[in-house]
Design a protein around this ligand. Structure first.
Ligand code: ATP
Ligand code: MG
Length: 357
């Protein structure tokens, strides 16, 4: 492939306006060094799009996304949006529309930044489009019901196809790593829903005899993740368990600023999306940790490099990783949340400097 990669830039809200430009700055520098051609497309989204385009996910943004290879999606401060049909949270729509059913969330330790263990290296693959998340369950409308003022019901959707495809993505990832997959569930209680997820994981295990497979109940996993995270490589689970456990995993290695993510499906687009939210409490101060967003961006280029055979893209991703690791080791550069004396700009500049060195 010789044409330029077409990559969207969707800043999002709050700290998104700081960490997304930081990620683009790093990726631009790395792309230049490795001769990767990128056609960048800034697109309106979130609170600013509501002002300029009358919608938090304007139709023109949606239309352009359909023509792209991938995009960087900043965090969305949807809880602060005014009520109304034009002020929606774009995340679930994007994940559904582009069938991005697997949210790949790595956790790894780096020295001196406040990790609880110095040897964590695991990936949680969170199912992205089913489960309890009310507005994602298009099958069931809102997914929540209040038949009387005293009673509320929540519906959790688990499908065979949905379980199978996310488990398959996790098995494939395990094959590229330490060939160990753990599936997390609570089929002791949710015999039908978690039970179906487990059945599909077991069926796939037979197709991946080279991958060692473990079965762990979610509460036990929550405990073991704190005590012996070293015993996990790739972990796959349903939506809400994955949401909670990936924040717990981030807590092991310095907090939410260290929690990247890549949303993928069986198509050929990828969406770089950090695990954390828009952190309105620290927005506009220039102190947000850009690591999660930069690393999510890096993962996207690595994925596109492999899946589309883009010359230089995998090398570009590898140099981004090395430059970021070196910047993390520099206490003057890295941000305060990870025991640094620097800020968003100093961290980003250190990565760019390391890339060019
Ligand atoms: P969401 O519902 O969107 O997941 P949340 O309530 O989980 O949002 P976040 O915005 O993810 O909340 O973050 C919680 C807190 O963690 C923030 O208020 C902020 O203090 C801290 N935090 C999150 N991301 C970062 C970051 N990149 N750098 C530094 N601190 C961060
Ligand atoms: Mg959260």
């Amino acid at each position: 492939m010789s044409e330029a990669l077409r990559i969207g830039i969707l800043d999002g809200d709050d700290i998104g306006l700081e960490i997304v430009p930081a990620s683009v700055q790093v990726a631009r520098a790395a792309a230049e060094i490795h001769g990767v051609k990128i056609d960048w497309k800034p697109l309106p989204i979130g609170a600013r799009a509501l002002e300029t385009h009358g919608h938090t996910l304007p139709p023109e943004t949606m239309d352009t996304l359909k023509t792209l290879d991938g995009w960087i999606l900043g965090p969305i401060g949807h809880r602060a949006y005014p009520k109304g049909p034009n002020a929606i949270n774009p995340h679930p729509i994007l994940r559904k529309q582009f069938n991005l059913f697997a949210n790949v969330r790595p956790t790894r330790s780096y020295p001196d930044i406040g990790c609880l263990h110095d040897d964590v290296d695991l990936v949680i693959v969170r199912e992205n489009n089913e489960g309890f998340q009310p507005d994602r369950n298009m099958v069931m409308g809102s997914g929540e019901f209040r038949p009387t003022d005293e009673v509320t019901l929540s519906v959790r959707v688990i499908t065979r196809a949905g379980s199978r495809r996310v488990a398959k993505a996790a098995f494939e990832l395990a094959r590229q790593r330490r060939k160990h997959l753990t599936y997390i569930h609570k089929d002791t209680v949710f015999k039908l829903s978690c039970g179906m997820f487990v059945e599909e994981c077991k069926k796939l295990a037979a197709e991946y005899p080279d991958v060692r497979v473990d079965d762990v109940i979610v509460d036990t996993f929550a405990m073991r993740l704190v005590r012996d995270p070293q015993s996990f490589d790739v972990v796959v689970t349903t939506n809400m368990f994955g949401d909670i456990l990936s924040d717990e995993a981030a807590g092991l290695v310095g907090g939410l600023g260290m929690a990247p993510g890549l949303c993928i499906g069986d198509g050929d687009v990828a969406m770089a999306q950090a695990t954390h939210g828009s952190a309105p409490d620290i927005a506009g101060k220039g102190i947000a940790n850009p690591y999660a967003m930069i690393e999510s961006t890096r993962m996207m280029f690595e994925w596109l490099g492999h899946s589309r055979n883009v010359p230089g893209a995998v090398k570009m991703a590898h140099s981004m990783a090395a430059a970021t690791t070196a910047a993390l080791a520099d206490a003057n550069a890295r941000t305060g949340d990870i025991r640094g004396k620097g800020n968003t700009a100093s961290f980003t500049q250190a990565i760019v400097r390391n890339l060019r060195a």
